[in-house]
Each structure stands twice: as C-alpha cells, then as structure tokens.
Write a protein that binds this ligand. Structure first.
Ligand SMILES: [Fe+2]
Length: 389
C-alpha cells in the first residue's frame, strides 16, 4: 500500500433538524457570534427568524455579515476591519460554498493583521500562522464540501483576476453541522450546479494520483449516494431522502478533495472562475464529460493498463444497471452517463458566460491539473474546453 497522509476532519453533526441545536452550540462558545449568511438562501429556508430569536434568548450578541456571490478580498477585509476589536467567540457560516468560505476566511483573519490577499496561495507573500476564532460550517446547498475542507476560496474576478485559497490544516471547521432540511428550498438551477460540483469532486478525488484507500472508501460511498439521488434531488427538490443523500455526498466530497486533491476539471474551473463571472458548479458540470472522455482516451493509449482505468470501470458499475459486463463496457457507460446527466441537468455552454475561442489558449496554459490521473497537454485541455464552448 502506498504511504498517505490524512488531514483532520471536522466534528460532524448530521441530522434532519440539527439546525435547531445551533443556538445552544453557539452559546457554548461564548456570547458574541459572527453569523455569515447568503443574501437570500438562509432566509428562504425559513429558519432564520427562529435562529435569531433562539440566539437572542440565550443572550448571544449577533454580528451579521451577508455575502452575495463568491467572496472577494475586499469583502473579507471590510468585514474583518468592522469586527476587529470586538470580542468574538465564534464564527458560523450558514449558506453555500461562498458563504462557508467567507466565514472560514473571516474566522482566520480576525486573529492576524494585513489583508487576506497577503496570505493567499500564489498571489500572497505571507504565511498565515493558522490561528483563528472557532468556526462552524452549516451548508444550505449540497456541493462544494467546504464544511469539511481546510481552504477558503477567495475570488477577484476580471482581467487581472484570481481565484486562490487561504489554506491551513487548522482552518478545517471545528464543526460541520449538516441538516439536509436546509437544502429543501435550494432552487433547481443551484441544486444542479452544486450537485455536479459534488459529483465532480468525488470522481476527481477518487481518480487522483494522490488518492488513498481511505479517500477511495469515502469517495465511493459518496458516489453511490450521487447515483441514487443526484437526479432525484433535481427533479423533486422536496424529496428529503434524496436531499439527505446529496448532503452526505457533498460532505464526503469535501473530505476527499482535502486529502486527495482534484483533477483537470477543477484545474480548468479555477482559471475560468477567475476570468469570468460563472458559477463554479456549472463549469464543473459542463466540463465533466469531455474531460473524463479525454482521460479515458489517453489512458487507453498507454502501453500498460493503468490502475485509473480499473477505477473508471468501478465508477461505471456504480451507475449502470447491467451486471456481468466487461470493464470496457462499464468505462464507456460511465462516460455516456456523464453526457446524459449534464444534458438532463441543463449544464450551460461556456460561451453563454462570455467565453470566446480566443480565451481557450490562455485558460489551458494557465490551468494547474497536477492530480489528474493522466498528464494532459495545454492543447488537450483546450480541446476539452472547445467541446463545450
Ligand atoms: Fe468544486
């Protein structure tokens, strides 16, 4: 067995109705809470008023930060400068990946000086000491798995834009409070994009050259939940069993990506997300089929059968109804399934967000795809993008 390292995971509380425990948990940390929410999602879940009342009844002072879209350095710096100097006992992020990432970054930046940009990978030049205010992540979508990861993605969109992580093992949330009930009101379009992000993360972590037996076990269990419930949660958002499956799959995807890394789709999605205002999950969902098709094609060209092809056959078996077929049947089935599910979930073309042919070379040459199961050239990456332009 190859050696591996598995970073810490948060304490996990997974239960329908668990959000009702949040006020008591928050009060246990102290009397001053920074509550980070989205502009709409938590309010739409109809739990917000109840939580505010419960917290107030317990004597907890709430500092409310709202996050619209992916968090920018300016948003984090402004929130931190407003909160600094006040006693803060806990930060809680209730929302999608952007909200949880914003909360994670605020909890880390409250304990140090400077701008969050100074500490970001690649663009910053300072190392964060890993100190933070305790942080609880409460997802209201089933997608990024940020409730289980050690990084917060910060985005500056534009020509000089970047999408980079504030990362430290200590930034894994102290608690992931996962209540599938909170995802029941997630709109269909976001359910689709988040679900495809989760599906991509599980698949890429499973196929990663950094995968371990531990991440494989968790990724496959998450993928079984995806096979049961991704389409069900999209067609019937009120199906709590399907929503629970997807909440579980998203949690597993976060644990797996934090420990195994990701592949070509996320490498490309990171670069595209810095240049264009485009939902991360939609890019992943759109690129999932062509990227895996190229991976399989290149793996099949290799002289000795690669372990990754065996993993593709295992993926096909999870999603296929037929039994007793050959490995090649299941590998092809998996690629066909990816094409079918991205069509079923209405994944958009990249050009609908302003990408043009002239962008492909820049994107493919700037994308880091280091944990992909097979090395892909910039030309091959550009070919993946071209298929979905
Ligand atoms: Fe992702």
């Amino acid at each position: 067995m190859n050696p591996f390292r598995f970073a810490r995971i948060p304490q996990v509380l997974f239960r329908i109705g668990a959000v009702n425990d949040l006020s008591a948990i928050a009060a246990g940390y102290g009397s001053s809470l920074v509550l980070v929410t989205g502009a709409r999602s938590f309010a739409a879940s109809r739990h917000d008023e109840h939580l505010f009342d419960q917290l107030t009844a317990r004597g907890v002072i709430i500092h409310h930060v709202t996050v619209a879209g992916e968090p920018s350095p300016a948003l984090i710096d402004e929130a931190v400068s407003r909160l600094k100097g006040r006693p803060v006992s806990l930060v809680a992020g209730i929302g999608g990946g952007s909200v949880m990432d914003a909360g994670k970054a605020i909890s880390a930046m409250l304990t140090t000086d400077g701008s969050v940009t100074d500490y970001l990978e690649v663009v910053g030049n300072r190392e964060h000491p890993g100190t933070k205010v305790p942080f609880i992540a409460v997802p209201t979508t089933s997608g990024t798995g940020s409730e289980a990861t050690k990084n917060a993605v910060i985005s500056q969109v534009g020509k000089e834009g970047f999408k980079r992580s504030l990362r430290h093992d200590n930034f894994v949330p102290d608690l992931a409070l996962v209540d599938p009930d909170l995802t029941l009101h997630c709109p269909q379009e976001i359910t689709a994009a988040a679900g495809m992000d989760c599906f991509t993360q599980l698949t890429e972590a499973y196929l990663s050259d950094k995968a371990s037996p531990m991440t494989d076990a968790l990724a496959l269990d998450g993928l079984k939940a995806v096979s049961r419930s991704l389409i069900r949660s999209y067609t019937n958002g009120g199906d709590i069993k399907a929503r629970s499956d997807m909440s579980y799959a998203a949690l597993m995807s976060g644990i797996c990506l934090a420990n195994a890394g990701l592949g070509a789709v996320h490498g490309l999605a990171g670069t595209i997300g810095a240049m264009f205002n485009i939902p991360h999950g939609a890019v992943c969902g759109t690129l999932m089929a062509p990227a895996n098709e190229v991976n399989v094609r290149e793996l099949r060209k290799m002289s000795k059968q690669d372990q990754a092809l065996g993993k593709y056959a295992i993926l096909g078996r999870i999603f296929a109804d037929a039994t007793g077929k050959s490995d090649n049947y299941y590998i092809d089935f998996f690629i066909d399934y990816l094409n079918a599910v991205s069509y079923r979930l209405c994944m958009p073309k990249l050009s609908s967000f302003g990408l043009i042919h002239g962008d492909l070379e820049t994107i493919s040459s700037q994308s880091d795809v280091k944990n992909n199961p097979v090395r892909l050239s910039p030309a091959q990456l550009a070919g993946i993008l071209e298929q979905k332009l």
